[in-house]
Design a protein around this ligand. Structure first.
Ligand SMILES: [Zn+2]
Length: 456
């Protein structure tokens, strides 16, 4: 047993209690108590005591949109619209990538996530050609929770129920091989694509087969949705309906479905998402950087849709920092609604924790610090110039904290970050390897940066 002592705990429980002079007791991978420090010290005298004086504990942050395999390309996707971004960067990178580089990119991303308080992430569109053995080993070694949305595409040729079922069954076999591995840290989902532009395949039987299989096996589904004005207009023009109607008609909505972006949703679509229990991951930094659009977050939340947060990643964010994401989510809504209280720190923290847990179907286990849940805990050292003094801990967490305040991270009771250092990882060696391989990849694919100044 471990007793983390002398804390302020932002529980994110149903009453949203904030406990001063509190402690958290962990037994193996679960939280057994979150109460006043004095009481718990008496009740658990034999627990290993971790003094966390001056720290604030929050639930592990859940990044519901994180392309963890792209970090070797950080800095190469600036100033790009989504079509050249996909066609000129993502597609050639995936086609040419050495699977080991995909694993290395994930390791780099995960190291950054842990250092910035993220304990669980959803990686959409994980390439089927990746080395799943090494990838899942890396996830286990670093100790983070990962939801891998294995990219699954419709079959070539005509749409038929038999072919679709056969394609989805073979994907399901691979998914079952890796689902739940690394002591339950790895979860496999379907990463889909829906029609976004002329020439994209739209096989209704395929989407139905995925939906049936996912429902039967308990897998989730994740895909990019209504992100750009062009893809939203494409569905409108080509099918005469809105993207959410297309997704609903093609069995691609539901409580096990997480949509990404949704910048151009209409009131009709908000209602469809709410009625079907579909979740939406908001990525304000990437949306702003790529000039994608602006999700009307408060309208979507008021419409009854669960909205979580995601960074998108190293190419179009260009970090995996969920603290920056929370702050930016507030700033974007405030600026566009001309209302300084449009999106509050409270709501942003909910989106990054409990809403994220709900979005991945893990609300019973994750997203708040309460007895019985998994011990995914982040200790924030607020005794720093950027977070002092503390009048309002929530304000400091959302508007002032950054990754340098993250002192320790526990995932399932295991300490994966201690005093700002990732446990069990030679960070310098990993950074050196990432730089070396990133330069090889850049030169092989002929990628250039957008910098026009000379480097001498
Ligand atoms: Zn994405």
């Amino acid at each position: 047993m471990q007793l983390i002592d002398n804390l302020t705990v932002v529980t994110m429980d149903q009453q949203r209690r904030i406990l001063a002079d509190a402690a958290i007791v962990i037994d193996q991978d679960r939280i057994v108590a979150v109460e006043s420090a004095g009481e718990l010290r008496e009740q658990y005298p034999d627990a290993e005591r971790i003094d966390a004086a001056g720290m604030v504990a929050i639930p592990g942050l859940i990044d519901t949109h994180a392309h963890a395999d792209q970090s070797l390309l950080r800095g190469l996707g600036d100033q790009m619209h989504w079509i050249p971004f996909i066609d000129d960067i993502i597609v050639p990178y995936l086609a040419e990538r050495d699977p080991a580089d995909g694993v290395l990119a994930n390791a780099l991303s995960i190291m950054e996530m842990i250092r910035s308080g993220t304990t669980c992430f959803v990686s959409p569109n994980v390439d089927p050609r990746d080395d799943y053995e090494s990838l899942t080993d890396t996830i286990g070694q670093l100790g983070i929770r990962a939801i891998l949305g294995r990219f699954t595409m419709p079959q070539e040729g005509p749409d038929s129920s038999e072919t679709a079922i056969s394609v989805v069954s073979s994907a399901a076999e691979v998914m079952q091989r890796w689902d739940g591995t690394q002591g339950g840290l790895v979860t496999m989902w379907y990463g889909l694509d829906v029609p976004r532009r002329s020439g994209d395949t739209d096989h209704p039987e395929f989407y139905k087969a995925v939906a049936d299989e996912a429902r039967a096996s308990g897998h989730g589904i994740v895909y990019h949705f209504c992100s750009e004005i062009e893809d939203s207009d494409y569905i409108d023009d080509h099918y005469g309906i809105r993207p959410a109607e297309w997704s609903r008609d093609n069995h691609a909505l539901g409580p096990n479905v997480l949509l990404i972006n949704g910048c151009w949703v209409t009131p009709l679509e908000i209602k469809i998402l709410a009625d079907t229990g579909t979740h939406l991951a908001h990525s304000p930094v990437a949306n702003m950087k790529m000039a994608t659009g602006i999700l009307p977050v408060t309208e979507v939340l008021e419409g009854g849709v669960n909205v979580s947060l995601g960074t998108d990643g190293a190419l179009n964010n260009n970090t995996f920092d969920m603290f920056a994401e929370m702050k930016t989510a507030c700033l974007l809504q405030n600026a566009t609604q001309k209302n300084a209280a449009a999106l509050t720190a409270q709501t942003a923290l909910e989106m990054a924790t409990i809403n994220g847990a709900r979005a991945i179907g893990r609300e019973d286990d994750l997203g708040s610090l309460v007895a019985g849940k998994l011990a995914d805990i982040v200790l924030i050292d607020v005794r720093r110039p950027n977070t002092y003094p503390v009048h309002d801990v929530l304000s400091n967490l959302v508007f002032a904290t950054n990754s340098t305040n993250v002192h320790s991270v526990f995932i399932g009771g295991r300490r994966v970050l201690e005093n700002g250092r990732v446990v069990g990882m030679d960070e310098s060696a990993l950074l050196a390897r990432a730089q070396e391989r990133a330069e090889i990849v850049r030169s092989k694919l002929g990628f250039v940066t957008s910098n026009t100044w000379q480097t001498k």
